[in-house]
Design a protein around this ligand. Structure first.
Ligand code: NOJ
Length: 561
């Protein structure tokens, strides 16, 4: 069994502060709003809260463009509010993980203001400059280079032009970052989620991407680049190893083998990474907006590969959505007739796999994608840029463009939290910065709290179940019937204890033949997303649409069904 660690046993809850709770009626969520909801988070049972960025920012990319790492965005409140929030979390025995966005800063950060003032400014080398751009495209469309007219050189920005990339090859930059990390850790924060940390090391010389025309995808030269592990080991030795913290790195395009280089127990880098293989399952050759169908067998293959390859050697993070991804119930379940059942089914998967589960705000009530009809209702820079680019190319009808946006826009996840059936879901007394999903009248926290069979109350049971059963955290993993296109079933074992999860991934009734000889005969049902039904494992299980069942050997503790 892997060494016990609090961050392995924890359940994390991600807050996107702009959309969580507005306390002052300006339509923007804030820290006092979060403070008012700490008892809710405690009641839910989560152990760790991760805040998407709350630092000063011009909000070109909603806080992922930081202009001062040591101050709080005025729209969100003050440092005194932050201190109250941190101690409120700690008093309730919850921990706080901050977003660390250090691949780039805002162009309004003092370092960049200095850097662009003159070529010989001491801060010039904090960023990456060229006389001529290479052919890399940026994540948000267009070239990854912007001309600085005053000094007549181009700077690199993998994201928007207002997010210049820091030059990690400069030891002064790394020392500054270590310093600001210590500053927050000394305040008492309990760890970091590291934004696109896999992009910090670029291949020397910044070569042109070989394929493509004028602009091309240069990922080969900055994803998991040549010195990334050296920089993370240094960060660990200088900073992280001196504190009892949790770290999770966002790493695009990593394979399990590469993930082990970041998270291996003997590596002294990070605790875990966010992988994107599952998030890419419905992307066609044209990338994320090119939505394609996916197969249950493919979904299982991806999850199982990560479960197997990291077991005993590194650690998985488990997530099916976040502030950049569509809502999981709309994407992998069904947000119509079987919304409740499929949201619970997916939650059962996340909370019985091996790894640390991350719940994204609103997931616990089964919030859905929004699909605004007009582009004017969207606020996300990535969505708006892509829409403009597509319209300018004029090759696809608007309807088709909006269909992709409806399926994939990041704003699906960013609509305000639905607290009650009051105006704007009880999120604000003003006008929300992004429209609330109109389904808030029937889908909100208040109603779900009062309903014992709600998605919300099911999450509470899952969280408690995980806490009471170490097999969920530390057990090994075996996939059953890999080719079955309807049911995802797997076992977890720890010593004598065996757990069996069976999930119907379809809107139809299905049967599942339990493999003879493989399962102990004293398994009994401990969790189910439907009332009634079979309570022991016969040779054939009859599953209702999106039914989820968890069985445990009789010796294990039961939650009751
Ligand atoms: C990943 C973040 O999750 C996303 O929201 C942001 O736009 C980019 N990194 C750039 O910081």
């Amino acid at each position: 069994m892997a060494e016990r660690m609090w961050w392995k046993e924890a359940v994390v809850y991600q807050i996107y502060p702009r959309s969580f709770m507005d306390s002052n009626g300006d339509g923007i969520g804030d820290l006092k709003g979060i403070l008012a909801k700490l008892d809710y988070l405690k009641w839910l049972g989560v152990d760790v809260v991760w805040f998407s960025p709350i630092y000063e920012s011009p909000n070109n990319d909603m806080g992922y463009d930081i202009s001062d790492y040591r101050s709080i965005m005025a729209q969100f409140g003050t440092m005194a509010d932050f201190d109250r929030l941190l101690s409120g979390l700690h008093q309730r025995e919850m921990r706080l993980v901050m977003d660390l966005v250090v691949n780039h800063t805002s162009d309004e950060h003092e370092w960049f203001r200095q850097a662009r003032a003159a070529k010989d400014n001491p801060y010039r080398d904090y960023y990456i400059w060229r006389q001529k751009p290479n052919n890399w495209s940026s994540f948000f469309g267009g070239s990854a280079w912007e001309l600085d007219e005053k000094t007549n050189e181009y700077y690199l920005h993998l994201f928007s032009a207002k997010q210049p990339d820091l030059n990690w090859d400069n030891p002064r930059v790394r020392a500054e970052i270590h310093d600001l990390m210590r500053w927050w850790l000394d305040k008492g924060v309990d760890g970091f989620r590291m934004d696109v940390i896999g992009c910090i090391s670029k291949t020397p010389g910044l070569p042109d991407a070989p394929e493509g025309g004028k602009l091309a995808w240069g990922g080969a030269f900055f994803l998991n680049g040549p010195r990334v592990h050296e920089y993370l080991r240094e960060m660990n030795a200088e900073v992280l190893s001196h504190y009892d913290v949790m770290t999770v790195g966002e790493t695009l395009s990593v394979t399990p083998k590469e993930a082990l280089e970041y998270t291996g127990f003997n590596r002294a880098e990070l605790n875990m990474v966010f992988q994107f293989e599952l998030m890419d399952i419905d992307s066609g050759p044209g990338g994320k907006w090119d939505v394609r169908d996916w197969q249950v067998s493919e979904f299982k293959r991806i999850c199982s590969r990560w479960q197997r390859e990291l077991y005993g050697r590194g650690w998985n993070s488990l997530y099916l959505n976040n502030h950049d991804q569509p809502r999981m119930v709309s994407r992998f379940g069904q947000d119509g007739k079987y919304r409740v059942e499929s949201a619970k089914m997916l939650a059962t998967l996340l909370h019985t796999l091996q790894g640390t589960p991350f719940i994204y705000q609103g997931e616990e009530i089964g919030m859905t994608n929004v699909c605004f009809e007009r582009i004017e209702d969207y606020r996300d820079i990535e969505t708006i840029n892509w829409y403009k680019e597509q319209m300018a190319q004029g090759e696809r009808p608007v309807k088709e463009i909006m269909r992709s946006i409806c399926a994939k826009s990041r704003d699906n996840a960013r609509t305000p939290m639905q607290w009650s059936e009051a105006a704007h879901g009880g999120f604000t007394t003003g006008i929300p910065w992004l429209r609330v999903n109109p389904n808030y009248r029937t889908l909100n926290v208040e109603q779900e709290r009062a309903d014992a069979d709600s998605v919300l109350n099911y999450y509470r049971r899952l969280i408690r179940f995980r806490r009471e059963n170490p097999v969920v955290v530390y057990g090994d993993y075996t996939l059953l019937e890999p080719e079955d296109e309807t049911v995802y079933a797997f076992t977890r074992r720890l010593g004598e204890v065996c757990l069996l999860t069976v999930l119907n991934f379809t809107a139809g009734e299905q049967t599942f033949a339990s493999p003879s000889g493989l399962l102990p005969d004293n398994l009994r049902l401990v969790l189910c997303n439907y009332a009634g039904g079979e309570t022991s494992v016969g040779p054939t299980l009859h599953l209702r649409p999106y039914e989820a069942r968890v069985y445990l050997t009789a010796a294990g503790s039961a939650d009751g069904v």
